[in-house]
Design a protein. Structure first.
Length: 323
């Protein structure tokens, strides 16, 4: 191995190779793709390095595209398990992945050894498409059901997307789920209680926001800050759903110390959730999209009615929004 390699001339993707290995080692060798991405971005920020947020034609930030390609090289080099072994959306170290050095010279050797292999041996379950499409990288390559589901999600009305996210929360165990999105909602589109014990004695209050973006739009850090600022003191946890993706700054902002944590759910994870919760996606044995299920979320939702209360001595008027 050439220890005198000029790291300045290496493609940006190479620096993500040791970062992914290091992040997974800190997470006991296996983690969801989203957790790995967040850990890598945080590590780069702590090292004082810049993250390339340039938007590609596919609508994916450059740094995310590089992370996916780096994962592909690691799979081809035998340092990460392929999807069929690790599971959908799961990244897992192999024995070699645990033992590989984390220096840039080793990362460069992995890149040069596997980059040509990637273009020749395309296992569509593991290799990203050159276009950089997020769905064609993190989930299962060019799989029709994922692309079909992406198109459906992009076609929903804004209010329909809010109700779909509420359905996801309910299916995931949330109680007292309410869609609250209104013109004066200050960013909160839904709320509910998540019970932490079987008896229902302990709970946390959860609120979420939904952004139905298409094309090259991404959620930026100021949108995360604005959403957090809209949460009142009784909210323990925030969730941000989008049909797009997040910038690196948004990812860092979501995990800022001393602030209410905001869980980010980009398009790829949203599709995974729908599949796992069996909301509009069935497995028989391969995933199949039930397009009819999503028709209820494409309609034009009426404005919430208001209840006119009688005047009292303490209030001249009052409007109670019904959800």
């Amino acid at each position: 191995m050439n220890q005198n390699i000029d790291t300045e001339k290496l493609p940006e993707v190479v620096r993500f190779i040791p970062r992914i290995l290091a992040a997974l080692r800190e997470m006991n060798g296996v983690a969801k793709a989203g957790a790995v991405k967040s850990a890598v971005v945080q590590a780069i920020d702590e090292a004082g390095e810049k993250v390339n947020d340039q938007m590609l034609a596919s609508g994916v930030p450059k740094y995310q595209n590089d992370i996916y390609w780096a994962r592909m090289y690691l799979v081809n080099a035998g340092l990460l398990e392929p999807t069929k072994t690790a599971g959908h959306g799961i990244w897992k170290l192999t024995t070699e992945g645990w033992e590989s050095p984390l220096d840039m010279a080793t990362a460069a050797a992995i890149y040069f050894k596997t980059a040509s292999k990637a273009s020749k041996n395309k296992d569509e379950a593991d290799l990203p498409a050159p276009s950089g499409d997020d769905l064609q990288q993190d989930l299962e390559g060019t799989v029709n059901w994922q692309v079909q589901l992406k198109d459906i999600l992009w076609s929903l009305s804004d209010k329909g997307f809010e109700h779909l996210c509420a359905a996801i929360m309910t299916a995931n165990g949330l109680d007292q789920t309410k869609v609250t999105g209104q013109s004066n909602d200050k960013g909160v589109d839904g709320i509910g209680l998540m019970y932490l014990d079987d008896a229902g004695l302990l709970s946390i209050r959860v609120a979420w926001q939904c952004k139905r973006y298409t094309g090259n739009s991404t959620v930026k850090s100021e949108e995360i800050r604005n959403f957090r600022g809209s949460l009142d003191h009784t909210t323990d946890h925030g969730i941000f759903f989008t049909t797009s993706t997040f910038t690196a700054e948004a990812m860092k902002e979501s995990e800022a110390l001393g602030k209410t944590p905001i869980r980010l759910v980009p398009l790829d994870q949203l599709i995974q959730m729908l599949w796992k919760l069996k909301l509009g996606v069935t497995s028989d044995p391969e995933p199949v999209v039930d397009a009819a299920f999503f028709e209820q979320y494409k309609k034009t939702w009426p404005s919430a009615p208001t209840l006119q209360l009688p005047l009292t001595a303490s209030a001249q008027s009052s409007n109670d929004v019904l959800c």
